[in-house]
Design a protein. Sequence first.
Length: 425
Amino acid sequence: MKNIKPYNRNKYIGRSQNLDLYGVVIERARKNYLIDINGKEYIDMLSSASSLPLGYERKDLVKAYSDQCKKVPHTCTVYTYTPIVEKYVKRLIKTSKIKNAKVLLGAFGSDSIDAAFKCAQAYTGKKKFIAFKKAYHGGTFLSLASNGFDGIKKNLYLPDLFKHVNYPTSEHYKKTLLDIEKILKKGNTAALIMETILGDGGIFMPSPEFYKNIKKLLHKYGAILIFDEIQTGMGRTGTFWGYEQFKIKPDLFCSAKGLGGGYAVLSACIGRAEIIDSLTNCQNAFTLSAHSASCAVGLRVINAIYEEKVMENVKKVSNLLRDFFEKNLKDSKIFLEVRGKGLMLGIALRSDKSIGSYIGKLCLKEGVYVGYYGENNNVLRIHPALNIDSKTALEGAKRIVRAVKLFENNQEKYSKDTFLSFFTS
């Protein structure tokens, strides 16, 4: 067995980028499995925080990147165009179903969020934004300020541009609409930003009734609607974009994570051309945006999702997992509910203590890799690759259930201390 001590991330990487879930070090992967430095295999039910929609060992994605590099890897696209960039953005825009849309490309979800904020201000001539409590949008200056968690903003002097309201679940949506209109009446709101389905805050579904009213309300007061599709996009909910689940189209939306399949870094802010073009030259330009080889991978990812009928698989496996969890955890006193849509699922735990991380560690011992987030870290994050086969998904679910029951029957042994994460505050 290899010694993990030589791999000391705390010695070399700043602590703000150390959310080390379990202390495991992954050396390689195959299909839907992670393999650590000791050779132990784990069924991957997290897919690199939802950024590997097609799993591992994708030779087609490696080939797309390599083939483009052999032609030209990058030209600094803001200066000089390459054919692959146009092929990619045309295909990407088509998936949005927004008429005459345009796109701003970047590298990470956070920069796509910042792009949307800048576009909204330039287009409306207004300064401020409405966001939601317990929402997560990124780590750059503006995106960090928009987050609905106070703990993550500690000791930072962030711009005071955001007013946070409750996420519009069925329980809250009527009051949320009233709160939003009250803010809009002040006349200084450029946009409302929201995750189509609330993610890091614990996977909460919005009320469909909220979506029937919100866009019209915003436009009444000269504001626009921005969706954060960074987690919900690329087929994860069973439609290519999460907003398609609710029969609504945003003015702008942001994507990243799965855009590059986990093999290249890509982000995009997509939407109405007149809003995108409200920014002038160099107000959202980056040296590596629209990186040619990354765009080649991005194009292959989109085509593969459709060619391989990935979204049909998402619906099938989602139903399988949801049914299995509800059937096999219904008698557990710490099981609350299964949340989410498609393969953006969460097992919500019932406890006034933070127990998700302990169950996550037991999952690891059982040979399955999950995440955890939400209030007190008490939602197990089940986000496997979208093309995971039913047999592997079901085996992963069995291991998760074993871990939950093992914890429940030995709580004193497995939870000797508690802690709070920034998702709690």
